[in-house]
Design a protein around this ligand. Sequence first.
Ligand SMILES: Nc1ncnc2c1ncn2[C@@H]1O[C@H](COP(=O)(O)OP(=O)(O)OP(=O)(O)O)[C@@H](O)[C@H]1O
Length: 357
Amino acid sequence: MEFTFGGKYKLEEEIGYGGCGSVFMGTHTIAGKEVAIKVESANAKHSMLKQESRIYKTLMGGPGVPWMMWSGKQGDYNVLIIDLLGPSLEDLFRICNKHFTLKTVLLLADQMLSLVEFIHSRDWVHRDIKPANFLMGPDVYSNSRPSSCDRVNVIDFGLAKKYTNTRTGEHIKNTQCDSHGVGTPLFASINTHKGEDCSRRDDLESLAYTLIYFLRGTLPWRKVKPPPDADKNPKLAWDKILTAKLAAEASGVITAGLPTEFDIFFRYVRGLAFEDLPDYEGCRKLFRDLAKTENFEYDGVFDWTVVGERVWRRSSQRRSVSGSGTGSERRHRFCEACAARAAMQTESQSLPLSRRS
Ligand SMILES: Nc1ncnc2c1ncn2[C@@H]1O[C@H](COP(=O)(O)OP(=O)(O)OP(=O)(O)O)[C@@H](O)[C@H]1O
């Protein structure tokens, strides 16, 4: 049986799933353009997908934000159709044996800071910044490397929230609630754990944890086991991780052994007040200066890039991804390329984490 959504997008195999529902590949029945179709039960008490589609409408067109082709309710489902992208940074991190070199992390940091800045410039906080919510894809705006796949894209706006008052445009006031944090405990900010509202600083703190995770291969609270009653009361698990985060912060272990710039960045975002406008450009400069010292080029060559192999090709159609084979084959080939690159990496290419104190 064949399912078609939005009148013209044929549903194909499942490519991902999450708390909200499933994500499938799909194809435009006439143009052949491949898309990602996110599907949620229409019976959901609180529709994350409706919220997500409202946010895509205000963000799409921004660099690194997938284009939304269609959203709506069809039968028993709420549906969102967006650009099909490549693997997530979490996928690639695993493929690269849970370690990214300093160069890759700095290349990612530059784009991720700009992405977060863009979301904030449209008055949203993402509230679930983590490696799984950044997907690689082609840069549809760049003519210099049309066939590359070196653009970081951000997805999953189901938890995003306005940090400004829609009527007055003023920053919302910080409200303390008794609930546990929002987002993903591993990457959530300390203030979020404490039940404070999220603002721009919290997305940046999650970004700091993400970058540190890439360099270290883990985070100090990664192995904290949930207490026995956490199923009934998730706050217990969140609180246990909060205790571990605070202890790690106090002991300085979070950034120990990493280049000083990561400690500066972490301390900077931890020091931001609820309504502060972060200095995104200053943060980018901090990391760019480090890249300069290390003689790294912003050349779009990541740990998983196999030089000379181009898996994604831009078609003449704007924002579309083309290439031979089905989309899943291409996704697979891209991952194979990453694996090959990871296997080629030698110890000497890896960042000596103890290089600086
Ligand atoms: N546009 C896309 N192109 C390719 N794969 C995608 C796309 N969107 C989502 N996916 C895949 O589906 C997975 C789940 O997507 P998403 O994070 O949007 O769902 P979710 O239900 O909100 O997840 P979570 O519970 O983690 O918040 C992603 O990790 C990714 O692997």
